[in-house]
Design a protein. Structure first.
Length: 325
């Protein structure tokens, strides 16, 4: 996704809570919706998307007058279930970049994000943090690029599964900086972080909540955040774009979707109520502690963000020949 768009998306375009309450009554969804519990599908229990879904569901339950029930499935199963669900607003999906990335990486995927889903709102943004082992003689992104160019194929970075945010952040960095750093694959973000701590690898693009405690303790050195803007998740760190690689941005974009052909009135109602939840200070603080920055956007802004990210990752997947593992 282009940095200029995300900067605008985060800083403008959000309506105040009083305006949203006034508009909710005028959406046309009327008292006929919802008429039964709303089921929100997401990935397995215990992960970041599960926590986000439960936080939103808790806030929506009172506002919507019906319970919002979380359905945890393997991510592909959740996506397929919502794609096939009736477009009546009673089945929703909370998913992130995987929704539009997997079709590029796996030939057996049958859904299309633009054909089978309607975006409702971007819920949060989760940037990664570029970190290096303290033994590496670099203190800035420019230093790292210079060193990587001097030692092509020597520096290693740790990452979990192919297509995970840490993997894409590193591959985009490689492509834009024109450096040769080597991916060392681990079974998940935890082992990938441990590999950096032990010195098995020299750098990583880690989840902020996982690596920032180690930055603060001095076990790793933080260089920059991967988002378009500086982040409260990584205080004091610049962006990659501003510190050596202009135009760089790589973030995870978890948001809420409904099945295609869901009525605009229902989409508008859901958008307004979800944004209200995300604007609550207690919710914003809870999400920040969990490693995510609450956003809440219009449907149009979220759709534009998805299209921009699809353009970036589609090209990257093709050029780097990234495939699902």
């Amino acid at each position: 996704m282009k940095a200029s768009y995300v900067a605008v998306m985060v800083s403008v375009g959000l309506l105040c809570a009083c305006e949203l309450h006034a508009q909710t009554a005028a959406t046309g969804a009327g008292p006929a919706y919802p008429t039964k519990p709303v089921h929100m599908f997401t990935s397995e229990a215990g992960g970041g998307n599960d926590m986000l879904a439960r936080t939103i569901a808790q806030g929506l339950t009172g506002a919507m007058g019906q319970a919002v029930v979380i359905e945890n499935r393997v991510v592909i199963q959740s996506i397929e279930a919502v794609a096939k669900a009736p477009p009546d607003g009673h089945t929703l999906l909370l998913a992130a970049n995987t929704l539009w990335i997997l079709p590029y990486m796996q030939a057996t995927i049958t859904w299309d994000v633009q054909r089978d889903f309607v975006p409702i709102t971007l819920a949060v943004i989760t940037p990664n943090v570029l970190v290096v082992h303290p033994s590496l003689p670099v203190k800035t992104v420019k230093d790292l690029i210079t060193l990587a160019k001097a030692r092509p194929g020597v520096l290693n970075y740790s990452a979990g599964a192919a297509g995970a945010s840490q993997h894409f952040a590193a591959e985009l960095f490689k492509a834009m900086a024109r450096v040769d750093i080597v991916r060392i694959s681990y079974k998940g973000g935890g082992p990938a972080t441990n590999a950096l701590l032990s010195g098995e690898v020299q750098l990583a693009f880690g989840n902020a909540s996982a690596v920032m405690p180690h930055v603060k303790s001095g076990r790793v050195r933080g260089l920059a955040v991967t988002g378009a803007q500086t982040s409260a998740l990584a205080p004091g760190l610049p962006t990659v774009a501003s510190s050596g690689l202009p135009g760089y941005e790589s973030v995870t974009l978890p948001g809420i979707f409904a099945p295609a052909k869901t009525s605009p009135a229902i989409i508008n109602r859901l958008n307004q109520e979800i944004v209200l939840v995300l604007k609550r200070e207690d919710v914003r603080e809870r999400l920040l502690r969990a490693g995510a920055e609450a956003v809440g956007t219009t449907q149009e802004q979220f759709s534009a963000a998805i299209k921009s990210d699809m353009s970036t990752v589609g090209k990257l997947i093709k050029e780097a020949n990234i495939r699902a593992e």
